[in-house]
Design a protein around this ligand. Structure first.
Ligand SMILES: Cc1cc2nc3c(=O)[nH]c(=O)nc-3n(C[C@H](O)[C@H](O)[C@H](O)COP(=O)(O)OP(=O)(O)OC[C@H]3O[C@@H](n4cnc5c(N)ncnc54)[C@H](O)[C@@H]3O)c2cc1C
Length: 380
């Protein structure tokens, strides 16, 4: 198996890194401190072709694979995770629409994500339904040729900014299988009964919008059902098998940033009349970080490569997700440690990395859920 990037892929990496390095550093601290973001930056990224590269050409994208999307993600996160998340999470749900949406739904939503005219969000989590998505209680009931949706959703990325949201709804509560009770429904956000409230006080990735959503008698046409009625859980798993790869790329990007900052600092900072980098303890930390990053990257490259060949390996993707997230947490921790007291302050990038990293072990399946998937696959 050859994981060498093609010339085109290397060019994508270079362009993404140059864009992020040119645009992110000057505003990263301000966005983090104030929980703000400049949508102009997202639009610029769209204009330059960095957003939604995996969307097929017939819907305005570049028709690349998951790997190319991951390569851009890795570079953006290596410069600033918060901004990387704010820019690239705007397509969250496009993979699901691509797999299961009708032609009408795809034509309505996908091109706008690429041009920077629309943002898509996906709302699964509820106040009382997190890891166990099958306990989601937001209902969608058929009434006079429409779905009537009622419920609330929690922690929804871009809930305040999205033009459309894919809402995971309980449509078939009588189904004896808990995996056959839910469906995704496409909801425009400018509709009566949809209300999003910004959630403040996040630990990290604070440039990215997170919202609580309330849906009260929201009415949409029956054709807004995405895929098959009652098939939402299986669609969600297929969706996560793509998006979890993006989380791996986020983790590898963040791990790299932690290593880069640590190398710079330990070469410059002197104690006991010598640079920190000259101490073997420091060298071992750097060596371990570099190895963990390489191992995580190889794992997700393999998983993304398989996905792009149409061979989805659920357990391999789960392995890559938990391993890369834990790897990034360890790298961020060691980076702060090597910065000593300076690393405790937000003037230093490693402090932000230390906060930004934690989400990787939580969203799109906690690390415990990922390990459960792996365990099931090996135990049979
Ligand atoms: C910044 C942010 C952005 C997010 N964006 C989105 C979004 O766009 N859309 C969306 O739908 N959701 C989103 N989420 C929600 C996220 O996916 C959930 O937080 C996550 O799935 C965990 O659910 P929970 O928070 O309810 O935790 P819980 O499910 O309550 O879990 C709490 C802890 O218990 C553990 N646990 C639970 N069940 C078991 C078990 N059976 N065995 C062992 N351990 C278990 C978990 O691993 C975890 O450690 C976001 C969350 C955050 C913080």
């Amino acid at each position: 198996m050859d994981f060498t990037l093609s010339k085109e892929q290397k060019d994508i990496v270079k362009a993404a890194r140059e864009f992020a390095e040119g645009e992110f550093p000057d505003v990263a601290m301000e966005f983090d401190r104030n929980e703000t973001f400049d949508l102009g930056l997202w639009k610029k990224a769209c204009e330059l072709g960095f957003v939604g590269v995996f969307i097929p050409e017939e819907y305005g994208g570049l028709g690349y694979g998951f790997l190319e999307h991951c390569l851009i993600t890795e570079e953006f996160w290596a410069v600033d995770p918060g901004i990387g998340q704010a820019v690239l999470s705007t397509t969250f749900g496009a993979e699901l629409l691509g797999l299961f949406g009708s032609e009408q739904q795809k034509n309505l939503v996908l091109p706008s994500l690429v041009t920077g005219e629309g943002i898509l969000a996906t709302a699964i989590t509820e106040p009382d339904a997190g890891s166990d998505v099958t306990s989601a209680t937001t209902t969608a009931v058929k009434e006079q040729g429409e779905w009537v949706i009622n419920g609330s959703k929690m922690f929804i990325t871009n809930g305040n900014l999205a033009k459309h949201v894919l809402v995971f709804c309980l449509t078939n509560p009588e189904n004896p299988s808990r995996h056959g009770r839910h469906s995704f429904i496409l909801v425009p956000t400018d509709i009566p009964g949809y209300e999003a409230t910004k959630m403040h006080g996040k630990l990290g990735t604070r440039a990215s919008d997170t919202a609580e959503i309330s849906l009260v008698n929201v009415r949409v046409p029956l054709e807004n059902l995405v895929g098959e009625e009652g098939n939402g859980f299986r669609e969600l798993m297929a969706f996560f098998n793509r998006t979890r790869l993006h989380i791996c790329a986020q983790a590898v990007g963040l791990g790299r940033a932690a290593l880069e900052e640590s190398i710079r600092h330990t070469k410059e900072r002197r104690q006991f009349n010598a640079p920190l980098a000259s101490f073997q303890v420091t060298q071992f930390k750097l060596a371990e970080m570099a190895t963990w990053i390489r191992a995580a990257r190889n794992l997700y490259y393999e998983a993304a490569w398989c996905a792009d060949q149409g061979k989805i390996d659920h357990a391999l993707i789960a392995m890559a997700k938990w391993f890369s997230a834990e790897m990034a947490v360890r790298c961020a921790d060691e980076a702060v440690q090597m910065h000593g007291g300076y690393g405790y302050f937000d003037e230093y990038k490693v402090q932000r990395l230390y906060r930004d990293v934690k989400i990787l072990e939580i969203y799109e399946g906690t690390k415990e859920m990922e390990k459960t998937i792996v365990a099931r696959s090996i135990l049979g």
